[in-house]
Design a binder for this molecule. Structure first.
Ligand code: GUN
Length: 280
């Protein structure tokens, strides 16, 4: 039976340490989160981020816009936040409505305040093997979790399922930087299970029930990034937990695995940006 990668416990430990640090600062780090529209999942994520930030002493504000806001209004707001020296970190919750260009919006965030590490400047640094201002939150949280359990990456075969710019793409680069041999699979990949069977570390970020125990190599590590509600309304991940946990040596649960680590990373990134801005 696989050991559970307990993201919740690690998140709590990280936040506890971070709170002690923040308590010692006279001026507090500040995070601005922009939420456009009424996507229920995004609303839950943003409220969670806000609550946790406040709990550990980060000044957090949520800026809510209706779905039909113009791109220009959003770009103007980002410019205002860029120019506001009291703001350390800016996050635009994705996805955005279709009439707004995600690329334009992300591009407009100052790389120095880009708490997601999503701007072309920070992505470019990451992809060229340099050190970005901060690393994207979900991939960073995954690596912190693997490190906490002393899971070796060097020379091992990491298979990433999903090529999103939030998880799959940046994660594949971060694994490469750690000397893993990386394969990225996606919706056009043929014979997925032939590839997953060769994974020492399998990271799935699809949001669909696609990983079954029979697709895994014995004693592999499964990191489950997917989260969705099944037909019975139960929250679950990409991997079938029952069959996968019998084959793997470690597995991250959903909920309670990667999700909490994303939030911990966001708080770490906010404090990193704050330090760069104000403690020099
Ligand atoms: N939507 C889902 N995950 C994320 C994330 O990590 N950052 C942002 N900005 N939006 C998201």
């Amino acid at each position: 039976m696989a050991i559970i990668l307990d993201g919740k416990a690690l998140r709590d430990k990280i936040l506890q340490d971070l709170k002690v640090k923040i308590d010692s600062y006279e001026v507090k780090p500040s995070l601005a989160v922009i939420l456009v529209g009424d996507n229920p999942a995004s609303q839950i994520y943003v409220n969670n981020k806000h609550k946790i930030a406040q709990k550990i002493g980060i000044k957090s504000e949520i800026i809510n816009y209706p779905t039909d806001i113009t791109e220009e209004t959003l770009l103007n707001k980002i410019e205002e936040l860029n120019n506001n020296s009291a703001i350390d970190a800016i996050l635009v919750q994705l996805p955005l409505p279709e009439h707004i260009s995600k690329d334009k919006v992300i591009n407009s965030i100052l790389p120095d305040k880009d708490v997601d590490g999503f701007t072309p400047y920070n992505f470019g640094k990451l992809f060229s093997g340099e050190i970005p201002t901060v690393y994207p939150c979900t991939p960073k949280g995954i690596l912190l979790m693997l490190d906490e359990y002393n899971i070796e990456l060097d020379g091992r075969h990491a298979v990433v399922v999903g090529r999103s710019s939030i998880v799959g793409r940046p994660l594949s680069q971060m694994l490469l930087n750690r000397n893993a041999t990386v394969t990225v699979c996606h919706s056009h990949t043929k014979n997925l299970s032939q590839i997953t069977k060769t994974a020492d570390i399998l990271i799935s970020a699809v949001g669909k029930n696609i990983i079954k125990g029979e697709m895994l190599k014995s004693d592999c590590v499964v990191v489950d990034v997917g989260i969705f509600k099944d037909e019975n309304g139960k929250t679950r991940g990409d991997a079938d937990f029952e069959t996968s946990s019998k084959i793997a040596s470690y597995i991250s649960p959903v909920p309670g695995g990667v999700g909490p680590m994303t939030i911990a990373s966001l708080m770490l990134n906010t404090v990193e940006l704050f330090k760069k801005h104000r403690l020099n």
